[in-house]
Design a protein around this ligand. Structure first.
Ligand code: SAH
Length: 213
């Protein structure tokens, strides 16, 4: 059972302000100032318990990472993993990504990750899917013209929907894998959900798309 409103979570997130960005909206266009070095900025939406972003931070010291996770009791786990990873290039934000243009300036982000996003299977919830065209508009605005998006999911329906959505938006498919774990990509950092589904033998889908003409 997920514990809701862990009473100590607020304190924990405040105390770890070297990792948890306290006033994220105040950093629009200034995210680089939160890091020791100015280097490419990668953003993950829905970081969950943080295995991916903590692992990526360690694997890529030459990249600055920001992870957004809306659920307080979940982001706490991510912050702990980032602390354990002992990296200086990962920052976490406890917000619901609604309009990313309020958080990031135009062309401020180099790469975006959508890992095992909520599938919202009902048609009436289509607008909530993170690959709905209103989100793609936001991504296009905050990403550099040569930036790209990596999506991983176990959900075939969400993957199919997203490929159509990207295509209708005029995006370019740069890479696609229909069974990522058959590939054995040595650089792949698995997320918590990914490990769970892969252990059950489910294929993991991955694609990279860009806004390039
Ligand atoms: N990426 C993790 C978790 C996947 S579950 C993994 O692969 O293991 C999806 C996560 O996204 C949940 O933790 C949920 O709270 C978060 N989330 C969904 N929509 C969000 C939004 N709009 N802004 C921030 N977090 C969001």
């Amino acid at each position: 059972m997920r514990l809701r409103n862990k009473p100590w979570a607020d304190d924990f997130l405040r105390e770890n302000d070297h990792i948890v960005v306290q006033e994220p909206f105040a950093h629009k266009n200034e995210w680089q100032t939160l890091f020791p070095k100015e280097q490419p900025l990668h953003l993950e939406i829905g970081s969950g318990k943080g295995q991916f972003i903590a692992g990526m931070g360690k694997q890529h010291p030459d990249i600055n990472f920001v992870g957004i996770e809306r659920v307080k009791s979940v982001i706490v786990g991510a912050v702990k993993k980032v602390i354990d990873a002992d990296t200086v290039n990962v920052r976490m934000v406890n917000e619901k990504a609604e309009d990313l243009r309020e958080l990031f300036g135009e062309n401020e982000v180099d790469h975006l990750y959508l890992n095992f996003s909520d599938p919202w299977p009902k048609t009436r919830h289509e607008k909530r899917r993170l690959t709905y065209h209103t989100f793609l508009e936001q991504y296009q605005s905050i990403l550099k013209p040569d930036g790209s998006i990596t999506m991983k999911t176990d959900n075939k329906k969400l993957f199919e929907y997203s490929l159509i959505s990207f295509s209708q938006f005029g995006m370019r498919l740069e890479e696609v894998e229909l069974d990522l774990h058959q590939l054995d990509d040595p650089l792949n950092v698995p997320t918590e959900y990914e490990e769970k589904f892969a252990e059950k033998g489910q294929p993991i889908y991955r694609c990279r798309i860009s806004f390039k003409d």
